[in-house]
Design a protein around this ligand. Sequence first.
Ligand SMILES: [Zn+2]
Ligand SMILES: [Zn+2]
Length: 323
Amino acid sequence: MLAVHLENGAVTVREVPMPRRPPGHALLRLLVGGICNTDLELRRGYYGFSGTPGHEFVAEVAEADSPSLTGRRVVGEINLACGDCEWCRKGLGRHCPRRTVLGIVQHPGAFAEYFTLPEGNLRAVAEGISSERAVFTEPLAAACEILEQVPIPRGETVAVLGDGKLGLLVALVLNVHGYAVRLFGRHEEKLRIAARAGIETQVADGQPEARFGWVVEATGNPEGLRLAAAMTRPRGTVILKSTVAGAISLDAAPIVVNEITLVGSRCGRFEEALPLLGHGLIPLEEMISARYPLGEAAEAFDHAGRRGTLKVLLDAGSTPAGG
Ligand SMILES: [Zn+2]
Ligand SMILES: [Zn+2]
């Protein structure tokens, strides 16, 4: 079967043996994969990664212990937790210290014709939802995580800084949850996607100072945190969504003086994201910049890394089973 291989900054596609299915895991046949910024950072050497990347996917269950799963179209939680530590018992397997992570930490990823995940990680995709939309479940869940972490009163104004994939999804999710969202970005055409959903947008320069009680930082660049803190009013909260590899320098004085709360925020529960896949005010299709067959993953990664690109998808749907 074909699998994408990432090593020393190079993306190649290789013929490799089919993975063996451990007990309790499902063997999954990839339909559509999504390239995210984490994949691009892995290519840059984040986590010293080498192997098959990919954690945003829609797949068909080829084989599983539970007969009811076989043949189903699924998405999957990316953290493989131990199931019995303190964190797992609290339902927070995403923080399990012994976890591996699909396509990121010691578990081969989804950019392959076949891969495996524990059956408990899988969630069925509803009939009426296209795979093009369902492939956004994981990043949508990451956007939903904010509301699980920070109890923002309904109707409040929330500023979102950054109009990349994550910034747009965060803005769209907060908007459908009834917040007054102000999205600050640099790209007219991306801001228009949010504006059509009823979000107030602004080209980012000269952001208002000390204006917002809640600011979500999703710029993906080291300057974002300073900007976000400057926009936050005293006693306000900055929610940090960017995982910028490496150290960022920051003048802590404005954060201390204004008593600003910093909240780091990563992935979220799929249960919150799945109902949003069918929501008319979350125009996921408009966020797809390009599609490539799995065999052209190197070109797809290059495209995803170009400035201004939103989601690049990898298609493997037409591959015959058992290939
Ligand atoms: Zn991701
Ligand atoms: Zn655990």
